[in-house]
Design a protein around this ligand. Sequence first.
Ligand code: ADP
Length: 444
Amino acid sequence: MKRLVIVANRVPDPKERGATAGGLAVALQDAVNRRDAMWFGWSGKTAEATAAEPSLLRQGRLTYATLDLGDSDYRRYYQGFSNGSLWPTLHYRLGLAQFSRDDYAGYREVNAAFAGALAPLLRPDDMVWAHDFHLFPMGAELRRRGSRQRLGFFLHVPFPPPAVFAGLPRSAELLADLAAYDVIGLQTEDDAAHLRAALAAEGHAEAAERVSAFPIGIDADAFAKLAERAVEKQEMARFRRSIAGRALVIGVDRLDYSKGLPQRFSGYGQLLARYPEQRSRVTYLQVAPVSRGDVAQYQALRRELDELVGRINGDYAEPDWVPLRYMTRPVPRPTLAGFMRHARVGLVTPLRDGMNLVAKEYVAAQDPADPGTLVLSRFAGAAPYLKGALLVNPLDPDEIAEALDQAMAMPLKERQERWEPMAAEVREGSARNWCQKFLAALEG
Ligand code: ADP
């Protein structure tokens, strides 16, 4: 079997394996366990200057090769172009995108530095798989250094219609970079169609043929077990007591403007305003760990949410009932899984999302004998795959309120009929299958 070289902005912590690790590490675990493999990318640490050579750590058949980023490269490549320009553009939010030529130069320099550090480590029959928007130019930079290996790229976030992407300065160069990859994967058929059209419009018709949808998944069985075990724990018993028999609505998202949190909170406020009988019946827990807290737009979002939560609780709370519980601290995965299993409604309303794994985790966590209802944004990548959800326009708080009311009233039989095909889909579209399909395409 060929060695697999995974290139990602962040290399997972070698200490964190199994169910506690981050999304990409979990998704690739199976592929990595079965063959010689290397993780290559940023260490997560900054230094005075970006390292020219990676530090290597071997664990059996797996090698971790990581580079520290220089402070100025971190600002330009990571905070600047990746998070400040590409992230909003790819999520259809050109109005939030900020562009600076200096940041863009930093983005290209870091991709070149990564390729320069990786090229000497590559063996002729390696397969290289680069991940996400931080690394559009990585393949082209490797080719420039003589790489003839099979090179694959997967974009975890959405790809917008060509006219939106064209709003990003230098977008044509990024499309030309993508043409260096042998396989280009996206989350949904819509994303794939957008990228094909953008490539074709820039004269890369051949590269457009290498674009396909490979929807990412989770390890559903492992997550179901995690959820099942969590509800037996003592802290969950305490949590259940504190809910006092009310139906739980759960939201779990990084605190990011793509997640539609202000509209979601307003939707919940609308539920309480328009359906007063629900007031005594429901409690909404939103877990939203702070993310990119050093970026101004994220700080503004946090202030907006603080105010909205205060307003909703101020308007509707009773001495013995807090309608909206809001946590910005990270919560251990097993606890999250337990919350999801206990929740009558999973509320997942991103304005745009590549896939949204939380939606799949909510489905996997349910008790087959008494499953909850998923209220899902029609603009999440998961929407075309999870047809049993109540789909909403996440920009419309009234529609969110109506879906919540419908979910709260849904009889067991309908909940099961909606949940079962979704559970089958989540099991079938597992992380392992995603990985195998992509690697099969990459192998050619
Ligand atoms: P994104 O990648 O944009 O954050 P996803 O929904 O695709 O969105 O993936 C988020 C992942 O992070 C999920 O696996 C989710 O369970 C996990 N996660 C979200 N919030 C927390 C939290 N507070 N603590 C631990 N894991 C979390």
